[in-house]
Design a protein around this ligand. Structure first.
Ligand code: NAI
Length: 343
């Protein structure tokens, strides 16, 4: 089985080569992203393997279909960048629903601790032999209230980590867990009570800009906002205003709405056009990482394992539990009850 692998990075190859060899899949690695100009590179392959910033809009799907592609294997959990409805009847889409919720949840806590204890500043200072503590005062996380939006796999692990820190925990989820050991509250209550807000819900129509201008009016003054989910959950311009108005005390962002233009690439020698991101990066209380929350050895191995397994299952015409549903409106329920292929 031959698969065109777009947006390939050096860290992807060892695990994909290992599992590919074991399962009889040959990956053709392309560093370029998938878009309407590069989709033809998939010619001669049966499927494509794509990542979060590849373009899987309708025109690209049409080109892939014309080139003979019948399966898109996402090596990500998120699928907001795929026009699923356009794929229906043409191309099956599979994903990796979970590869290490610990990787993302631990990175979220790493960013929170870095921000609260000013580790990013201390690191730079001591390398310059500046051992002054001035301006490095943090605060205890213990007894502070963390509000988690989205209590799925990652949100739940993050809530467990916060429990270990002795934090008060509240959460909001459209589909609450029945076995939760923390209270669910309304979104407005979460905004009003949380000292720290962490986003772990998917990017959907009703979660787009969930932290936007309206939310700013409801937030507790000084709140720390963590986003390791998807950039467009936050209106970056509104966030910037919230920071300037001292409503938002700090922001830790592993994802950014316009990240596809920048993230995963080295632009250190370039003039970056995105003024909002540039301004955010000048703020002492903003920490940005480049969509790296997933990047652990364990996660990379699990991603390659599940992706190759998904591809083999689909090539055999079997039911793949990781196939996304695009034939009906009941996406969440349908995924959970999958008994057959979508078409
Ligand atoms: P999950 O599917 O296990 O959990 C998502 C949760 O969000 C579910 O409990 C669901 O009920 C809830 N939800 C759905 N609609 C909602 C709404 N309108 N309002 C509030 N909650 C809602 O997903 P998982 O694995 O926990 O991943 C969460 C997100 O993390 C993904 O959607 C993905 O975008 C992001 N992610 C980021 C990574 C990174 O490297 N930064 C890596 C992996 C995932």
């Amino acid at each position: 089985m031959k698969i065109a692998f777009f947006d390939a990075k050096d860290y992807d190859k060892p695990a994909f080569d290992r599992y590919g060899k074991e399962r009889g899949i040959e990956f053709k690695y392309y560093e370029t992203r998938l878009d309407a100009d590069t989709a033809q590179l998939a010619r001669g392959c049966e499927g494509v393997c794509a990542f979060v910033n590849d373009d899987l809009s309708a025109p690209v799907i049409d080109i892939l279909y014309d080139e003979g592609i019948r399966v898109i294997a996402l090596r990500s959990a998120g699928y907001n960048h795929v026009d699923l409805r356009h794929c229906y009847g043409k191309i099956h889409v599979v994903r990796v629903p979970a590869y290490s919720p610990y990787a993302v949840a631990e990175h979220t806590m790493a960013m929170l601790l870095t921000s609260v204890r000013r580790i990013h500043k201390a690191y730079n200072r001591t390398r310059e032999f500046n051992f002054s503590l001035s301006g490095l005062t943090g605060f205890d996380l213990h007894s502070k209230t963390v509000g988690v939006i989205g209590t799925g796999k990652i949100g739940s692990v993050f809530l467990d980590i916060c429990k270990g820190f002795g934090m008060n925990r509240i959460a909001y989820d459209k589909y609450p867990r029945a076995d939760a050991d923390f209270p669910y509250v309304s979104l407005d209550e979460l905004f009003a009570k949380s000292d720290v807000i962490s986003l772990h819900c998917p990017l959907l129509e009703d979660t787009y800009h969930i932290i936007g201008r309206d939310a700013l009016t409801k937030l507790k003054k000084g709140v720390i906002i963590l986003n390791t989910s998807r950039g467009a959950l936050i209106d970056a311009d509104a966030l910037l205003d919230g920071i300037k108005q001292r409503i938002v005390g700090a922001a830790c962002l592993d994802v950014y709405e316009e990240e596809s233009e920048l993230f995963f690439q080295d632009y250190s020698g370039h003039i970056v056009e995105d003024d909002t991101l540039a301004r955010l990066l000048t703020m002492p209380n903003v920490i940005v990482t480049s969509h790296q929350a997933f990047l652990t050895e364990e996660a990379l191995s699990n991603i390659a394992d599940t992706t190759t397994e998904n591809l083999i299952t689909m090539s055999r015409g079997q039911v793949c539990k990781n196939e996304l549903c695009y034939g009906c409106e009941e996406m969440e329920q349908c995924k959970k009850q999958r008994r057959e292929r979508c078409f």
